[in-house]
Design a protein around this ligand. Structure first.
Ligand code: MN3
Length: 198
């Protein structure tokens, strides 16, 4: 059975950048719903319990057709959100350091160049989706709850949820204000750990 991981900080701890109301709704309701629907799908194909979620997502076309869209949407949702909570912190913000910073600077000129490009791509997602920084320093986007490993790509270093449910209560339709605020809570320690693990 899949379960929603506990938030590594309190709902209210991201301050004015992302409100406790959003965090509670996003974590307890939206993420929980992905988990519930993922579990319901797995119940209909119990053999899939033997496999990790990552291997299921990396190989969706090989799964029974009856569960493919549920694994893609709800499995992807569970996978993405489990990462997303770790990519934020009350002590977040600032800039990466060391080799990670060097790679970002090589690709984007400087940190602000990276922020600008990631922001532009995030704002360019039509409808619901995600923006990602990949280990090769490419910034990509996916629709809905699709995740880079579904496309044969590596596990991302960093990702941003740009579904309206992630910001509408705080920012209404202003996704740009949400993305701007989000940089203040990005947990670069997590990004660094994922970079070092590569
Ligand atoms: Mn979400």
């Amino acid at each position: 059975m899949y379960t929603v991981p506990e938030l590594p900080y309190g709902y209210d701890q991201l301050g004015d950048y992302i409100s406790g109301t959003i965090m509670q709704l996003h974590h307890d309701k939206h993420h929980q719903a992905y988990v519930d629907k993922l579990n319901a799908a797995i119940d209909t194909a119990p053999a899939l319990r033997e496999r990790s979620l990552e291997t299921l997502l990396a190989d969706i076309s090989s799964l029974p057709e009856s569960v493919q869209s549920a694994i893609r949407n709800h499995g992807g949702g569970h996978y993405n959100h489990s990462l997303f909570w770790q990519w934020m912190s009350p002590d977040g913000g600032g800039e990466p350091t060391g080799e990670l910073a060097q790679k970002i600077n090589e690709r984007y000129g400087n940190f602000q160049g990276f922020v600008d490009e990631f922001t532009t791509k995030s704002l360019g997602v039509f409808g619901s989706g995600w923006a990602w920084l990949q280990p090769d320093m490419e910034i990509i986007t996916t629709a809905n709850q699709d995740t880079p490993i579904m496309q044969g790509l590596e596990v991302p270093l960093l990702g941003l949820d740009v579904w309206e449910h992630a910001y509408y209560l705080d920012y209404k339709n202003k996704r740009d204000d949400y993305v701007k605020a989000w940089w203040n809570v990005v947990n670069w320690d997590t990004v660094q750990q994922r970079f070092d693990a590569k």
